[in-house]
Design a protein around this ligand. Structure first.
Ligand SMILES: [Zn+2]
Length: 158
């Protein structure tokens, strides 16, 4: 495949990112220790070669900022993931486990009204979690990222 085709495929995959996506992407890469979870290659913190890849596509807002729905993949593995749906699906089932995969698919069906106000609440939770994550990292602890939508549901805000 020529490099031109390759770029075209990647650009088609792109969805307009917002401030939530930016912070979420950082959190996922920190969670994964800057490793590509598929091939195991480590990246620099500043590298643009490690992507936050969504298992269920970003257009499903329910799962767009759900940590379980995102993994760190390098450019090559992200491309493989997008172009080999059968193989990558099998791999994902192994990586996440059948139970988690089923959970994701159930959440994908959840119909929720994600308004502008809800999006702001999501941003607040993400910012808070990002801080928690960095604080825990500083003392050598692993922080379990929260699912912002689940938090809002729990508190009757959605
Ligand atoms: Zn990789």
């Amino acid at each position: 495949m020529s490099p031109i085709n390759f770029c075209e495929i990647v650009s088609k995959m792109r969805v307009k990112r917002d401030k939530r996506d930016d912070i979420f992407s950082k959190m996922i890469r920190v969670r994964d220790g800057y490793y590509c979870v598929k091939c195991g290659v480590k990246h620099e913190e500043t590298s643009t070669g490690l992507h936050c890849s969504h298992n269920v596509p970003r257009r499903y807002l329910r799962l767009r900022w759900t940590p379980l729905n995102a993994i760190s993949l390098c450019f090559a593995c992200h491309h493989w993931y997008g172009s080999e749906p059968y193989e990558s699906g099998k791999w994902l089932e192994q990586y996440l486990g059948k139970r988690n995969l089923k959970l994701l698919l159930t959440m994908k069906q959840q119909k929720l009204k994600i308004t502008k106000a809800v999006k702001e609440d999501i941003y607040t939770i993400l910012k808070d979690d990002r801080e928690n994550q960095l604080n825990q990292l500083e003392i050598g602890q692993v922080y379990q990222l929260r699912d912002p939508i689940l938090e809002l549901l729990k508190h009757g805000k959605l």
